[in-house]
Write a protein that binds this ligand. Structure first.
Ligand code: GLU
Length: 411
């Protein structure tokens, strides 16, 4: 089953619970625009290699399309369609005035030199330039893309248009129109939600044991923030595999080892395991911060955590969701848990438009307010419709989209 079919299943489930009109469901289930491009890149060996790229705008109903660009060897149109749809839902969950989009290039960035990566990025921008822009569709970082890539992105688009257009993309370095707080925003937003959830459910956070799958931007920052709050990090992993220690890991040491050697697995005196084994180990909170489909029908029953925080997009399949719900595992879903990233991206767009920049404190205060309010909205729908938190989040989001469809005279 493709990732997009998973998305449609989630929409279907929420539609039934909220009695959504067929007309609205029909529109929400189909992305507005899908573009596939070929990107010829001159490689360092002098030869041309053509890469496939994608940009999907799922919805521009509530504002410009918004969402990241990933560089991954498994990326294809079906995946990008799913991710774009989740972006529309996500922006509506946190009630920011944006639609949803996503992009990707099928490539393995670890095999590209920095110069090849730059040429690939600039080629992609040129190929999708007719459909993007600060008021149309604003890309951002996602899997394997970073502030440097966003800086090349903004530069290329500005050159093409003959005018500075830094607002065409978010997640930029601070020196070229980025927002303070954007780097940690995905993890920080997730932690604000987790803290508030624990407070609401009267769960004592002290010494809770946490496993984090994925040590990219989201996982790495989550480890640091949670460690500072007194949580015990007992397991982490990256694409090469995981490490685990019942008595707690030294996060600073692991970060150093990851930076110096390329993998957390080179940490001495800890148990080594695969990514699959790691997520089944003992802990209170499991943070999924890697890729999609990590928890599926064959391993959902083995999960020991009582709470799962989804910092990745789509890490749990719909079948696994049912199993976890029956087991009483609370899943704080991606479209809420990782929405801090796009929320600070929205702040970046606002600051770019004003050309006036906020302090880190202002960004954090605004982010915290939005994340806590969104959790409250989601829990209200969850309790009203007696459903899981993901369905509650979909309902909260789709209700806003349905209202916009109706007010704009589309249904
Ligand atoms: N790629 C991130 C996400 O999946 C951020 C998107 C954005 O900032 O536009 O939410």
């Amino acid at each position: 089953m493709s990732l997009f079919q998973n998305t449609l299943k989630q929409i279907e489930k929420a539609s039934r619970a909220m009695r959504l009109s067929d007309d609205a469901k029909e529109i929400i289930s189909a992305p507005e625009r899908m573009l596939e491009v070929s990107i010829p890149v001159r490689m360092d060996n002098g030869k041309i290699k053509v890469f496939q790229g994608f940009r999907v705008q799922h919805s521009t109903l509530r504002g410009p399309a918004k969402g990241g660009v990933r560089f991954h060897y498994e990326t294809d149109m079906e995946e990008v369609k799913a991710l774009a749809t989740w972006m529309s839902i996500k922006c509506s969950v946190v009630n920011i005035p944006l639609g949803g989009g996503k992009g990707g290039i099928t490539c393995n960035p670890k095999e590209l030199s920095p110069a090849e990566l730059e040429r690939l990025t600039r080629g992609f921008v040129e190929a999708i330039s007719p459909i993007i822009g600060p008021d149309k569709d604003v890309p951002a970082p996602d899997v394997n893309t970073n502030p440097q890539i966003m800086a090349w992105f903004a530069d290329e688009f500005s050159k093409l248009k003959g005018v500075n257009q830094l607002g065409v993309v978010t997640g930029k370095p601070i020196e070229v129109g980025g927002s303070l707080g954007r780097g940690q925003a995905t993890a920080q937003g997730g932690v604000y939600v987790l803290n508030k959830y624990c407070e609401t459910e009267e769960i004592d956070q002290k010494k809770l044991k946490v496993i984090i799958q994925g040590f990219g931007n989201a996982g790495n920052n989550a480890a640091q923030i949670l460690k500072a709050q007194g949580f015990e990090i007992v397991g982490v992993s990256d694409s090469k595999g995981g490490i685990y220690s019942e008595s707690g890991l030294n996060v600073d040491e692991i970060m150093k080892i990851k930076n110096e050697t390329g993998s957390v697995q080179n940490t001495p005196n800890v148990e080594k395991c695969t990514n699959e084994e790691l997520i089944e180990k003992n802990c209170d909170i499991l943070i999924l911060a890697a890729l999609e489909n990590q928890v599926h029908k064959d391993n959902a029953n083995n999960i020991k955590a009582k709470i799962i925080l989804e910092l990745a997009n789509g890490p749990i399949t719909p079948e696994a969701d049912e199993i976890l719900c029956e087991k009483g595992v609370e899943v704080i879903p991606d479209i809420l848990a990782n929405a801090g990233g796009v929320t600070v991206s929205y702040f970046e767009m606002v600051q770019n438009a004003m050309n006036y920049y906020w302090t880190e404190e202002e960004v954090q205060a605004k982010l915290k307010t939005i994340m806590e309010q969104s959790l409250e909205d989601v829990l209200r729908e969850k309790n009203r419709c007696k459903c899981d938190m993901r369905t509650g989040a979909f309902i909260s989001a789709i209700a806003r989209i349905e209202k916009a469809l109706s007010l704009r005279g589309r249904i």
